[in-house]
Design a protein around this ligand. Structure first.
Ligand SMILES: Cc1ncc(COP(=O)(O)O)c(C=O)c1O
Length: 362
């Protein structure tokens, strides 16, 4: 590909060029067969092999054995905010609310919960979600059906440095999926929309502990049952076939780069470049996260001294080949999303632009 700019969009987001090139080739002509991978039946042998390899590579990257199923769904991570309580909420479920997305998960859960209850174990909303409430503040109910957390808050730019330990942990990992090793084997369910680290929008990846099925509730339709989806290899209806193919190419790319340990190292390096640019700006840039250890390695959020300067920063950065930097619509400021596919050079270019901009404007 001749011209790729640095795209800091929060999602849909930059994907690895190599994976896109291979996907583009497979879209036109799959393995020299004269048809593209998006043009064949999802029940045919070509696509069946794609699904098998995608599941196998997903488990391999996560060091997962046979305890969990890998399931592909549609409707975004938002659909899972509803499907999870629909399947697994009997009496009450605990939710940690540390930002926009975990708040939405809890609120969507409340819509389908009654007569069961959604219990918010702690919330940082009163401080504008500038951190995630620490474990010392969580009021967990030991008899809850599950404990739901979002481990990386895409809008507010913080993460849980380590995933909590809980017998029935459910994780929205959307904006950090496969960016570092995850203890998925210890979780009840982990899910994420693909459109950040993994592939295109329209595809959700969920990894479900098989032991959950006997306790699963009857859903209004099989399409919304994790057990039925897993048993049908996610083919109750036509799955998003091309999205799954791109996911496979992304998994192959991650593996070729050294797997999740290598991703973690690379992402830490990239994040440091940007946080150093913020911290060394003499206060011109202010990080929005109050607890430094919680700073996200995926979504770097910060503010400039005024809205006018923020607008100018975004416009000038765009002219310099760096796009997608505007903060979330309800929050403002700057958000640089630096998922797996963002090269170190992208972060270095942004850091150098930040330094230059600050020296001209402060
Ligand atoms: C952490 C997190 N959870 C859930 C969602 C919702 O995803 P979707 O728009 O695919 O439903 C997002 C979207 O950005 C997100 O970042």
């Amino acid at each position: 590909m001749s011209h790729r700019i640095f795209n800091f969009s929060a999602g849909p987001a930059m994907l690895p060029t190599e994976a896109l090139e291979k996907s583009a080739a497979a879209l036109l002509d799959y393995q020299g067969k004269g048809f593209g991978i998006a043009e064949v039946s999802h029940r045919g042998k070509e696509f069946d092999a794609v699904v098998d390899e995608t599941i196998q590579r997903c488990k391999q990257l996560l060091n997962l054995g046979d305890s969990h199923d890998v399931v592909f769904l549609q409707g975004g991570a938002t659909a899972l905010f509803t499907l999870i309580p629909m399947n697994f909420l009997h009496t009450s479920a605990d939710y940690l609310v540390g930002g926009e997305w975990s708040k939405k998960a809890a609120n969507n859960g409340k819509e389908v919960a009654p007569p069961a209850k959604i219990n918010v174990v702690a919330s940082s909303e009163s401080s504008n979600f500038d951190h995630s409430p620490p474990p010392s503040e969580w009021k967990l109910d030991p008899s809850a059906d599950y404990f739901h957390v979002c481990t990386n808050e895409t809008v507010h730019g913080h993460r849980l440095p380590t995933w909590p330990k809980h017998p029935n942990l459910i994780v929205d990992a959307s904006s950090e999926f496969m960016s570092r090793p995850h203890p998925v084997s210890e979780c009840a369910l982990v899910y994420g929309g693909a459109q950040k680290n993994l592939g295109p929008s329209g595809l959700v990846l969920a990894i479900v502990r098989k032991e959950l099925y006997p306790k699963q509730k009857k859903t209004p339709a099989k399409l919304w049952s994790f057990k039925d989806l897993a048993e049908s290899k996610s083919m109750i209806n036509t799955p998003p076939t091309f999205g799954i193919y791109i996911l496979l190419e992304v998994f192959r790319w991650i593996e070729s780069k050294g797997g999740l340990v290598a991703m973690e190292k690379l992402n830490a390096t990239k994040a440091k470049v940007l946080y150093d640019a913020i911290d060394n700006s003499g206060g011109f840039y202010k990080g929005t996260v109050s607890v430094k250890e919680q700073r996200s390695h995926m979504n770097v959020t910060y503010r400039l001294p005024s809205n006018e300067l923020t607008d100018e920063f975004v416009k000038t950065a765009t002219k310099n080949g760096m796009v997608g930097l505007k903060g979330y619509r309800t929050v403002g400021g700057i958000r640089a999303s630096i998922y797996n596919a963002m090269p170190v050079e992208g972060c270095q270019a942004l850091a150098s632009f930040m330094k230059d901009f600050a020296s001209k404007k402060s």
